[in-house]
Ligand binder design. Structure first.
Ligand code: SAH
Ligand code: SF4
Length: 415
C-alpha cells in the first residue's frame, strides 16, 4: 500500500492535494490506468524502449486499455510476443477494488470501491428503459458541506486520481460485460443520439454526480473524461456526459472549454439567505455570479441546455414564490435551462424533510407555466442508500456533535 497525502482539515475550499500521477505499487510495478498515450510512451521509454518504439507501444497499449478493456498484457495480440511479458514485469492494469456490490429493488446498483491506499468511495448505476446512467465519484468525501447532502458530512477527503475516476467507468463496463469484442471492431461511429447506443450497450450515459465536487478536482476530472471521450478510448460522446457542480464559478468557463460536457448546476435555492444556508459555497460565489457564469458557459444552447438541480426541502425552498423567482432568474439571465426537481432523499441525521408530493407537483407546474421544463426526478436506489445525496462511506461515520463542528469549520473556511 502506498500512502497518499490527505487534505488538511478544516475544509479548505481550494483544490486539494492529490497523490502523484504515477504511484508504483508495493511490488514496484506501475498501474497504467489513467495515463494518456504520451505518458504511456514516456514510461515505456524510461523503461528502456527506444523513442519510436515507445510511441508505437503507447498507442497500442492505449487502445487495449481503454477501448478494449483488457486487463492482461497477454491479450494484446498486435504486440510482439516477447514484449508482453516485458510489459507485465513492469506494469499492471488496475481497477478500483470492489468492497461490496448492492442491488436495489428498482434495478439500481451501487458499488463500494476502495483505492489502493485504502479509501472508500461509491459508484452507482441507474438503468432506465432507454438508457443506463453511471454516477461517478470525483472525490472521497467532499470538500464542501451542503446541509442536505450526506457526502458533505464525511470527514475524510481526498481527490480521486484520473485512474480512479476513469477506472469506475471501466469497472462498470467489466461488470456489465460491455467491452467491444472481436478484431479491432471498435465502437467508432456507433454513437447514436437517442436511447441505447447502436451496439445495445446498457451503460450509455455518465454523470459526475457521485461523491465530491468535480470542479475542485478539475485536472483529474478533465483528464479522466478525456479518456472516456477519446474515440480510441472509451469513446463515449460528450453529449452523453454531464458534470454537476455546486457552483465553483471560477472554474466553470474552463470546464466548458477544456472538457465540453453538459453542465448541471446545483442551484437548490433562489435567495441569498437560503442558498447561503443550504449550499454554503454560495457565501463565496453568490447567485448573481453563478447565473452569469451559466450564461457564459461555452457550448450552452437551446439544444444543449444547462440543468438546474433543485432539491425539494419542506418549508425551506419549495414555496410558490420560490418557483416564480426561479423562473424570473432564469429569464432575466436568458439561460437556455431546464430544471430538475429532486425529491430530497433522507439520510440518518439530516436536518430536512422532503416536500410533499403535492407541493413538488405544484412547484413543477409553476415553473412549466413559466415556459421552463421542470420534470420531477424519480428517486432511485433509496433502499440501498444509492440515491442522490445518500452516498457516504460507513468508515467515516461521525456523531451529530462532530457533524455540527465540522459544518462550522467548513463554513468558517468559506469566509
Ligand atoms: N457535488 C456535485 C455533484 C454531486 S451531488 C454537486 O453538488 O453538484 C449530485 C446532486 O445531488 C446535486 O445536485 C446535489 O445537490 C444533490 N443532492 C445532494 N444531497 C441530496 C439529497 N439528500 N437528496 C436529493 N438530492 C441531493
Ligand atoms: Fe459536495 Fe455536492 Fe454534496 Fe454539496 S451536494 S456536499 S458539493 S457532493
Amino acid at each position: 500500500m502506498t500512502s497518499t497525502p490527505i487534505m488538511p482539515l478544516p475544509g479548505n475550499v481550494d483544490p486539494v492535494p492529490v497523490p502523484r500521477e504515477v504511484t508504483p505499487r508495493a511490488d514496484g510495478r506501475i498501474d497504467l490506468i489513467g495515463l494518456t498515450r504520451a505518458r504511456l510512451a514516456e514510461l515505456f521509454a524510461t523503461a528502456g524502449l527506444e523513442a519510436k518504439a515507445a510511441k508505437l507501444r503507447g498507442k497500442q497499449v492505449f487502445h487495449w486499455l481503454y477501448h478494449r478493456g483488457v486487463t492482461d498484457f497477454a491479450a494484446m495480440t498486435d504486440i510482439a510476443k516477447p514484449m508482453r511479458p516485458w510489459l507485465a514485469e513492469r506494469f499492471v492494469i488496475g481497477r478500483p477494488g470492489v468492497v461490496e456490490a448492492q442491488h436495489s429493488a428498482d434495478g439500481t446498483r451501487k458499488w463500494l470501491l476502495r483505492t489502493d491506499d485504502g479509501h472508500d468511495f461509491e459508484m452507482v448505476f441507474i438503468p432506465d428503459a432507454d438508457r443506463g446512467t453511471l454516477c461517478v465519484s470525483s472525490q472521497v468525501g467532499c470538500t464542501l458541506n451542503c446541509r442536505f447532502c450526506a457526502t458533505g458530512t464525511m470527514r475524510l477527503v481526498r481527490n480521486l486520481t484520473p485512474g480512479e475516476i476513469v477506472g469506475q467507468v471501466m469497472l462498470a463496463r467489466d461488470v456489465l460485460g460491455e467491452w467491444p469484442k472481436g478484431a479491432m471492431d471498435g465502437l467508432d461511429g456507433d454513437e447514436d443520439e437517442g436511447g441505447y447506443s447502436a451496439d445495445g450497450r446498457l451503460l450509455t450515459n455518465i454523470v459526475m454526480m457521485g461523491m465530491g465536487e468535480p470542479l475542485y478536482n478539475f485536472d483529474n476530472v478533465r483528464d479522466a473524461l478525456r479518456l472516456v471521450m477519446d474515440g480510441d478510448g472509451l469513446a463515449l460522446s460528450k453529449r452523453r456526459i454531464t458534470l454537476s457542480t455546486s457552483g465553483v464559478v471560477p472554474l466553470m468557463a474552463r470546464a466548458g472549454e477544456e472538457i465540453g460536457v453538459n453542465l448541471a448546476v446545483s442551484l437548490h435555492a433562489v435567495t441569498k439567505e437560503v442558498r447561503d444556508e443550504i449550499v454554503p459555497i454560495n457565501r463565496k460565489y453568490g447567485l448573481e455570479e453563478l447565473l452569469a457564469a451559466c450564461a457564459a458557459y461555452p457550448g450552452a444552447s437551446n439544444a444543449r441546455r444547462i440543468t438546474f438541480e433543485y432539491v425539494m426541502l419542506k418549508d425551506k425552498n419549495d414555496s410558490d414564490a420560490d418557483a416564480r423567482e426561479l423562473v424570473r432568474l432564469i429569464k432575466q439571465h436568458r439561460l437556455p435551462a431546464k430544471v430538475n426537481l429532486i425529491p430530497f432523499n433522507p439520510w440518518p441525521g439530516a436536518a430536512y424533510e422532503c416536500s410533499s408530493d403535492e407541493r413538488i407537483r405544484r412547484f413543477s407546474e409553476i415553473v412549466f407555466a413559466g415556459g421552463i421544463s421542470a420534470p420531477i426526478r424519480t428517486p432511485r436506489g433509496r433502499d440501498i442508500a444509492a440515491a442522490c445525496g445518500q452516498l457516504k462511506t460507513a468508515a467515516q461515520k461521525l456523531s451529530r456533535a462532530e457533524l455540527d463542528r465540522l459544518a462550522e469549520e467548513k463554513q468558517a473556511a468559506l469566509g
